[in-house]
Design a protein around this ligand. Structure first.
Ligand code: ZN
Length: 107
């Protein structure tokens, strides 16, 4: 699987699965397992039992991890779902660029 260069706080769109078409901000990235958690996407409902006396049990909704291959970046410059490339600037620093418009992705 191709590594997707996803970082925390990136804006992404879901490209397959139940939440296809949903957009959100990346909350956590699990590079080891190739998974990401995206704000408001892939919400799983969990039933929680009260652990202590007086604590409220109930249903909590929480984002579940998605496979990185199911999301794509959204470029802030051109607003399109895109792949990310890398380029090296004159000062030697490496930056991410949008493959659609070639703008600096992190700028
Ligand atoms: Zn772009």
């Amino acid at each position: 699987m191709k590594f997707n260069h996803i970082k925390k706080d990136d804006q992404v769109i879901v490209i397959s699965g139940n939440d296809k078409g949903k957009k959100g901000k990346v909350l956590t990235v699990d590079h080891e397992n190739g998974r990401v958690i995206v704000e408001g996407v892939n919400i799983a409902t969990k039933h929680r039992k009260p652990r202590r006396q007086g604590e409220q049990g109930g249903i909590i909704k929480q984002e579940a991890a998605l496979n990185m291959s199911n999301v794509m970046h959204i470029c802030k410059k051109c607003g399109k779902p895109t792949r990310i490339g890398y380029t090296v600037l004159k000062d030697g620093s490496k930056v991410r660029v949008c493959k659609k418009c070639n703008e600096n992705f992190d700028d």
